[in-house]
Design a protein around this ligand. Structure first.
Ligand SMILES: N[C@@H](CCC(=O)N[C@@H](CS)C(=O)NCC(=O)O)C(=O)O
Length: 291
């Protein structure tokens, strides 16, 4: 039972399909597709299959930033993958990401389409493809990649650890919440010290490191995640706050945060993006008013 505190693990773990957790009904201990469902394909070179979570937002921000720089080859179709309904286990999605997690990208600009999964790999792929937001050499490149991979290694403690036990687990387990709250505060302190001495994570330039870290830790200090701003005393991280405020002012970040978003103000939700004009005409407030 999920609420037992005196649990002794059995010799062999068995799958308790209804353990009461938020993701209990969709997660399984095996990989692979559960049903046949081809992915839709739009007219642009890049096809993104995603959802407006922090991992998804990294990629839509990157694509909007590339378009803002004038890279027409970064035009994309963003399709909605409803992970709460199990879309990530459709056969088409599993072909693009065998790990069944958003975001997943299909680059159809090459003779043979290239699939890319894992948000960090997608950011790196796009940065190299377009020669943008990634310093080309030396210390700046090393810092950029270090902070990019720091994010990939750290955020599971924030999302899968702290967020899961603080917000989603069916019982509040003090040990687990304490362990992960401490780690998340330590991570915020790491960022705060770095950003006390540097405008951006890699130094003076805005890079894929900022694009990766912002949706997780910027979102946390802005109070968007897990309703935990007071609990974690996020206002204390003044340098992270300053950095998040600067990033939030970027129009591409504002647009990227709207794509595949299914929560919040209807005017902030653009469920699918197939054209730059969609931000003006296809947000949920406009679609709802039209029906
Ligand atoms: N390390 C992966 C994590 C991706 C991930 O955890 N995606 C979540 C949403 S943020 C997901 O698709 N969850 C669905 C599931 O676990 O079934 C990345 O950065 O791309």
């Amino acid at each position: 039972m999920a609420d037992r505190v005196d649990y002794t693990p059995p010799k062999v773990w068995a799958w308790n399909q209804e353990n009461g957790g938020t993701w209990a009904s969709i997660n399984r201990p095996v990989s692979g597709p559960t049903h046949d469902k081809p992915l839709p394909i739009g007219r642009h070179p890049l096809q993104l299959y995603s959802l407006g979570t922090p991992n998804g937002v990294k990629v839509t921000v990157m694509l909007e930033e590339l378009l803002a720089l004038g890279h027409a080859g970064a035009e994309y179709d963003a399709w909605l993958i409803k992970i709460g309904e199990g879309d990530q286990f459709g056969s088409g999605f599993v072909t693009v990401n065998p790990n069944s997690k958003i975001p997943a990208l299909l680059d159809r600009s090459e003779a043979t389409p290239i699939r890319v999964f894992e948000s960090g790999a997608i950011l790196l792929y796009l940065a190299e493809k377009f020669g943008a937001f990634l310093p080309t050499k030396g210390a700046a490149r090393a810092e950029c990649l270090s902070w990019l991979f720091w994010q990939m290694g750290s955020a599971p403690y924030l999302g899968g650890g702290f967020g899961h036990f603080y917000a989603y687990a069916p019982t509040k387990i003090e040990y687990a919440i304490d362990r992960f709250a401490m780690e998340v505060k330590r991570q915020l302190d790491v960022l705060d010290k770095r950003l006390a001495e540097n405008e951006y994570l890699a130094g003076t330039a805005y890079t894929i490191a900022d694009i990766a870290v912002f949706p997780w830790y910027g979102g946390l200090v802005k109070g968007w995640s897990y309703d935990a701003a007071e609990f974690l005393q996020v206002q204390a991280y003044t340098n992270v706050q300053r950095w998040a405020d600067v990033i939030l002012q970027r129009p591409a970040v504002q647009r990227g945060r709207m794509v595949n978003r299914v929560r919040g103000e209807l005017s902030s939700q653009l469920h699918e993006r197939h054209d730059a004009s969609d931000f003006e005409t296809k947000t949920q407030d406009k679609l709802t008013a039209a029906t």
